[in-house]
Each structure stands twice: as C-alpha cells, then as structure tokens.
Design a protein around this ligand. Structure first.
Ligand code: 5GP
Ligand code: MN
Ligand code: MN
Length: 322
C-alpha cells in the first residue's frame, strides 16, 4: 500500500524503475514521472525497459534517459514494477532477485511484489504516481506534471473513457498549472503518426466485419499488410478503436498476425462486456474495457475461437459476417 511505498523511498537510496514490455502511454508516463519524483529527492534512480520507448512518447521529459536492456544484473535497494500483471511482463530476467514494489491499477494483477500497491480506482498508474509524489512532499515540477498528464491522457482515451471522473480533471488542471502542455502532448500522441501507420490503417480497415447482431466488430492484419505498409509494431496502437467506434458495437477485436500462425489480439469494450475475461481464457489479461492475449493457429481458427468466446459472454451466438 501507499504508506509502505513512502516508507521504502524515504529509507532507501538506489532504485530501479521498469514497466511492461512494449511500453504504452501509462507505463512510460508513470515510470518517467516516478523517475523525476525520485530525482527531486536526490535518489540514485534508473529507468530500464526491455523495449525502446515508442516515438509517440519520446518527447516526454526523460524518455532519452531510459535504458533498453535485456536483463537486470546488478542489485538495487528496490525495483518499482509499473503496470504489470505479473513479474514476467517486463521481460527482464534478473528482476526476480530484486526487492519488488508492484504498482498497478488493474484488479487482475498478481500480488508478485514484496510490496503491492494496487489502486483500481485510479484512472491510470500516473494518477497513483501523482498521489505518491504528494505523499512524499515532492513539488510537482514540469517534468513530473507532463509525464503524469501523458499517462492520464493516454489511459482515459483523451478524457473520454468511463474512468474519466471529476478527480481526473482536478488532477489534470493542477498538472497544467504546474507546466504540463496539453497541445504539445496531444500532438506527440495523436498527430505524429508515421506514413506507414495510416497506410496500414487503410488496409486493416478494409477487412472490417461484424456479426449478425451488430454488437461485435473485428479487423485483421496479416504479415503481408504490415510489410506492404512498411509499418512497425508501434504503428498498431489505437487501430482497434476504429471498429469499436461503430454505433451499436459493444466489443471490438483486432487480430494481428505478428509471426506466421501467431496472432496478438487486442480486445476493447464500451462497458457492457468485460473483455478481460475473454483475454484470460486465452492466457492474456487486462481490464474490463481493454485486454489482450496471444493465440496460435490459423487465421480462421483463431478468429472462430476468440469471437465465439466473446459472443457467449455477450449472449449473442451467430458469427455471420457482412
Ligand atoms: P493492447 O491491446 O493495447 O495490447 O492491450 C490492452 C490491455 O491489455 C493493456 O492493459 C495490457 O496491459 C493488456 N494486455 C495486452 N496483452 C496482454 C497479455 O498478453 N497479457 C496480459 N496479462 N495483459 C495483456
Ligand atoms: Mn499499459
Ligand atoms: Mn494503465
């Protein structure tokens, strides 16, 4: 819990921060905000990720100082593991030897830390880091403000998901007062796409299908589409929101053929169905509104299995495409 984290930070000096593999806006913004908070306390701190920070978040203060490493081989007083469902999610062997502080806002998170601070009421882990800075008496400076703002903007879908509350706007307001630049962050996150991403979006959207009920819609990306658009994995973020944006659609799926016969799947819901249940059935996780998993098989068999599972959860049965 929060008081344990505060006590640990006050009594120790040398810290590691990491987030999940393939960092997103919340894991990146939260990790960097904590980095700036610990720096303000003159701690010795490093952010280590398995994967590079995607271009959208590279303009965040401190992004250039993130170290990309395949493993952790030195001892730290403690390792903060941000937004991870289990200790394998960072993809960093050696982490298990550290004193682990697990910080997350997902209820499906395993309690893998020596300290576990889980707050399912937080819109983003960024909000928890903001609360932690306050509890530590840290002045919210410009870098902290901008990193927390990016985490909030990203995890609330630009303040339009159901996790957006009065408290979110109160915090966002203070962050702007402390120097976060909304237009700058929005441009980096939403108006700095690669040419390949928009080309890829075109071919992926041409696969759009929905079931007979009209409540489930899905799109598929093959290896060939990705190669033709010269797109990267970073370019896939956000595409699943397009099928979800259709009227009457309650849940959307994006099937991504990452390797031949291996599909990484993104599931999204408007709230009537908890898509973490479906992802968990296939060995993945996430939360009610957004979840993911990886499934092996042919395109048809993978689609059949995942869509059937989703439809039984929604109480619809047919899979006829249109
Ligand atoms: P995305 O669709 O953006 O990759 O992931 C959406 C959500 O599902 C995120 O909260 C992410 O942490 C979670 N998620 C995605 N893939 C996996 C996975 O393989 N395992 C687990 N446990 N969670 C996942
Ligand atoms: Mn995340
Ligand atoms: Mn999050």
């Amino acid at each position: 819990m929060l008081s344990q984290v505060v006590e640990l930070i006050e009594s120790k000096h040398r810290f590691l921060i990491t987030g999940h593999a393939r960092p997103d806006g919340d894991s990146t913004g939260s990790s960097l905000a904590l980095y700036w908070g610990l720096r303000a306390l003159h701690k010795d701190v490093v952010v280590v990720m398995r994967d590079p920070i995607p271009p959208a978040y590279q303009e965040l203060p401190g992004a250039g100082e993130v170290q990309v490493r395949p493993a952790i081989d030195e001892p730290y007083d403690a390792a903060f593991v941000i937004e991870c469902s289990d200790l394998d999610r960072p993809g960093l062997p050696g982490l298990e030897k550290q004193f682990i502080v697990n910080i997350d806002h997902h209820t499906t998170t395993a309690l893998f830390g020596h300290i576990n601070w889980i707050d399912a009421t937080a819109a983003a882990v960024g909000e928890m880091i903001y609360n932690l800075c306050k509890a530590l008496g840290i002045n919210i400076n410009q870098p902290i403000a901008e990193c927390v703002y990016a985490a909030l903007l990203s995890d609330t879908g630009s303040f339009h998901y159901a996790n957006t509350t009065e408290r979110t706007f109160k915090i966002a307001s203070e962050l702007v007062r402390r120097g976060a630049r909304p237009a700058h962050v929005a441009r980096a996150l939403y108006e700095s796409h690669s040419f390949g991403k928009i080309k890829l979006l075109g071919s992926v959207l041409s696969t759009l299908q929905r079931d007979e009920s009209g409540r489930v819609a899905w799109v598929t990306m093959t290896r060939e589409m990705m190669e033709a658009a010269e797109a990267t994995e970073d370019d896939l973020e956000g595409i699943v929101n397009h099928p979800l944006s259709i009227r009457d659609v309650e849940a959307a799926v994006f099937f991504k053929e990452i390797h031949p016969g291996q599909f990484r799947i993104s599931l999204r819901s408007k709230g009537n169905v908890d898509v973490s249940k479906i992802a968990e059935r296939f060995g993945g996780g996430g939360h009610k509104y957004a979840s993911g998993c990886t499934v092996i098989g042919t395109q048809d068999s993978v689609a059949n299995r995942v869509l059937s599972s989703l439809q039984s959860e929604l109480g619809t049965t047919s899979r006829a495409a249109d």
